[in-house]
Design a protein around this ligand. Structure first.
Ligand SMILES: *Cc1c(COP(=O)(O)O)cnc(C)c1O
Length: 361
């Protein structure tokens, strides 16, 4: 294969993880269904290696600038990282990190496995101070769904000086908009379920690191625990990743257009948007009731959890009992897709207009 490092991201997304150009051979890596391999080589068994995973891992690794390991889901990847924390050691994490991440930490803490310190990830000095006696500083940026942005480079420098590993959940930004390893992080985490695979039809996770020793430890954990993806899932995720640059470009442009229009709408109190990416979080003046109604009144936008698919979807986050109470009741998370923005706005506007009629009557 050609030297990927010389290529630009949009080219890497298309070319990385392909077989060499050989007459009559397919352009794409096939789906290899194999529980075991003829002995004597490097693969040996289906829990240790699969060529379809490798193709996906080569591509995502090249985009993030490290070596990638794929997992059964984003949370399987998250759990693998927390597994590295020594007995009773501390993890610093954003108070508004992905709900499943915070729930895993709470579960581990309740069983005496580790200590958790939740922080405001935008308060760089406080995060670095908390890193002093920590094993891992966990960053998510932007956070889900508060959309807070962390200063990854500054936190990574401070945390690493204190001897902590720096882990960044890059699910929202994707490597198209942010490459945490180049900012000093040790490990990048992905829910590939979201933008990487991009079509709301597959669950998968990934870890990427440029530290060979860490890669070996993480690979060892995956071999041992077995939180591996299916070959078909890896194939679908790679197929999705091929169009990641185009999808992000379009979804982000749509999001930026919608932010301005939402801000001007009378049903909207404020609009949270970090300036990049395709997740937008309007907070509705009508609170929980308005949010629940909005979920029912859109026709194009799908009322569904999850995000990062080609289709636009929305949900009021506080409908989940586990969502922190610091997230406003009227916050609706919009995952902006790649449809025509005029159609997206028309649907959202008729639903928002309806809220005003309902509250007036
Ligand atoms: C969805 C998500 C996860 C969990 O990934 P799954 O694939 O659902 O297990 C982790 N982090 C973030 C930011 C997410 O959005």
């Amino acid at each position: 294969m050609s030297d990927q490092s010389a290529l630009r991201p949009a080219t890497i997304a298309v070319t990385a993880g392909r077989p060499p150009h050989v007459t009559d051979e397919p352009l794409n890596v096939p789906i290899t269904m194999a529980a075991t391999y003829v002995a004597g080589g490097d693969r040996e068994y289906g829990r240790y290696a699969n060529p379809t995973w490798t193709a996906f891992e080569d591509a995502l690794g090249a985009l993030e600038g490290g070596r990638c390991l794929s997992f059964a889901s984003g949370l399987a990847a998250v759990a693998t990282v927390f597994d590295l924390v020594g007995q009773g050691e501390k993890v610093v994490a954003p108070r508004h990190a992905y709900n499943g991440t915070v729930l895993q930490l709470a579960d581990l803490e309740s069983r005496g496995r580790l200590l958790t310190q939740l922080v405001d990830i935008t308060d760089t000095a406080a995060v670095i101070a908390a890193a002093e006696d920590a094993s891992i500083v966990w960053i998510e940026s932007p956070t889900n769904p508060a959309l807070e942005v962390a200063d990854i480079a500054a936190i990574a420098a401070g945390a690493r000086a204190a001897g902590a590993y720096v882990v960044v959940d890059n699910t929202f930004a994707t490597p198209m908009l942010q490459q945490p390893l180049s900012l000093g992080a040790d490990i990048v985490v992905h829910s590939a379920t979201k933008y990487i695979a991009g079509h709301s039809d597959v669950l998968m996770g990934a870890l990427v690191t440029n530290d060979d020793e860490l890669y070996g430890v993480l690979k060892g954990r995956r071999d041992l625990v077995g939180a591996i993806p299916g070959p078909f899932e890896a194939w679908l995720a790679l197929r999705g990743l091929r169009t990641l640059p185009l999808r992000m470009e379009r979804a982000q442009a749509n999001a930026q257009e919608l932010v301005d229009r939402l801000k001007a709408h009378d049903a909207v109190e404020e609009v949270r948007y970090p300036g990049f990416g395709a997740i937008v979080a309007p907070v509705l003046k009508g609170g929980a009731i308005a949010g629940d109604l909005l979920q029912q009144k859109t026709k194009l936008w799908v009322y569904a959890t999850s995000l990062g698919g080609v289709e636009s979807s929305l949900e009021r986050r506080r409908r989940w009992k586990s969502e922190p109470t610091t997230i406003p009741e009227g916050l609706v998370r919009l995952s902006v897709g790649i449809e025509d923005v005029e159609d997206l706005w028309a649907d959202l506007k008729q639903a928002l207009d309806d809220l005003l009629v309902d509250s007036a009557s």
